[in-house]
Write a protein that binds this ligand. Structure first.
Ligand SMILES: *Cc1c(COP(=O)(O)O)cnc(C)c1O
Length: 383
């Protein structure tokens, strides 16, 4: 190969994945210091991050941000086990791996639940949710995934929230891969809690998540949690009392998230960030369709986060080779996670711009030529 591989601001391969993702140079550079966890300098940064997250959510005065150590799943587990009382019952909306994971969390913690499952390319029907809630009065909470990263599908979170509220139940949202890029305004979407993390659309580094909580709902959760480390009520009360984390905070992650949030607002908030991702998504999808690839989802169900492409049926196409040859060119993509079809995924979030997406499409074209793949159409289901 004669051309230099594509690279981020720090010379690293571009991560076309749904997190960890490519971050700005400044987000990494602010970490080259030490901070005392009980020192005012860090306490101020921690408060700025919590306030920043609430501002992204549009929940000033009505909501609070309770941060949690660990990857995003730790926050989802903390949200479910802190908000659902031990005698509660959850209706889990499933159309991918993250909905299924919520069921697994309920299994571990002995929370009763039922699932309403639709195929990975199909959002739930809001009418059906209403029917299920009418039918089973024991259901106290509904768990929904905003963008199901398994496929990249956008679930109708506002309509779901309206239905759950109309039926007098409570909503928990996994907005991990959407928060910051797709609107979910706390003033118009009624939820008790929403979980997300540092390393997705806020473009920070991995290591912590957070739960945006409606204050009046959080205040009712004392005693629900059955794990000390995941107790959001305790984490909140303690942090409000002394401004400190209960246990060692992921300081460098928090400091870099503070920088990432500053960059987020400088870019124009949800509109600016979401706009850049939508443009990335458009360039990628148009370019890949020009090459003959087919997306799993129609455009109206596609969130501008990660795109699932069907694997070409061409006998010369091997995913491993395809992956490795793209990696050599500086583009790291993602295998598929679908059960319905053979596929792979390309993300369009992180510190990536139109030129990066165009570069990725050009690299795909070149790799296909070298692999001898002439037809990118997927296998047709047998009649
Ligand atoms: C990334 C993600 C999570 C959390 O995954 P971790 O690997 O624990 O960070 C949860 N839900 C969704 C929808 C996600 O995209």
């Amino acid at each position: 190969m004669t051309v230099r591989p594509a690279a981020s601001e720090t010379g690293d391969p571009l991560l076309l994945t749904p997190g960890p993702l490519t971050t700005s140079k400044a987000v990494k550079e602010v970490m080259v210091h030490d901070w005392g966890s009980r020192d005012q300098a860090f306490i101020d940064i921690n408060q700025a991050v919590r306030d920043g997250v609430v501002k992204v959510a549009g929940g000033e005065r009505t909501h609070t941000c309770v941060p949690m150590q660990g990857s995003g799943t730790f926050s989802v587990e903390a949200m479910i086990t802190s908000f659902v009382p031990r005698d509660g019952k959850v209706l889990i909306l499933v159309n991918g791996a993250y909905g299924k994971r919520a069921g697994k969390i309920c299994d571990y913690h002995a929370r009763a639940y039922v699932t309403y499952e639709t195929p990975e390319d199909t959002p739930p029907s809001v009418e059906e949710i209403g029917r299920l809630l009418d039918e089973d009065k024991e259901i106290t909470h509904v768990f929904a995934v905003h963008c199901e990263t398994t496929s990249g599908i956008l679930n109708p979170i506002k309509a779901i929230a309206d239905m759950v509220q109309a039926k007098g139940r409570r909503l928990l949202v996994d907005s991990m891969s959407a928060f910051g890029a797709l609107p979910i305004d706390a003033k118009s979407v009624h939820y008790d809690a929403l979980a997300a993390s540092s390393n997705k659309c806020l473009e920070g580094i991995p290591g912590m998540g957070f739960v945006v909580c409606r204050l009046s709902a959080l205040a009712e959760t004392e005693g629900n949690a059955n794990a000390l480390t995941l107790d959001l009520f305790d984490q909140w009360k303690s942090m409000e009392a002394n401004k400190q984390w209960r246990f060692t905070p992921p300081i460098h992650v928090i400091v870099s998230l503070d920088q990432a949030i500053k960059e987020f607002f400088a870019e124009g908030g949800v509109e600016g960030r979401g706009g850049r991702y939508a443009n990335n998504c458009r360039v990628l999808v148009e370019g890949m369709r020009d090459l003959g690839f087919e997306t799993l989802l129609p455009d109206d169900l596609q969130a501008p986060i990660i795109i699932t492409f069907h694997k070409p049926a061409d006998a010369n196409f091997h995913f491993e080779t395809f992956y490795n040859m793209l990696a050599e060119r500086g583009y790291l993509i993602y295998p598929g996670k679908l059960t319905v079809a053979d596929s792979f995924r390309i993300g369009c979030i992180g510190r990536l711009h139109e030129s990066h997406m165009q570069g990725a499409v050009d690299a795909v074209r070149e790799v296909l030529r070298e692999m001898g793949v002439s037809n990118c159409a997927p296998a047709r289901a047998a009649e």
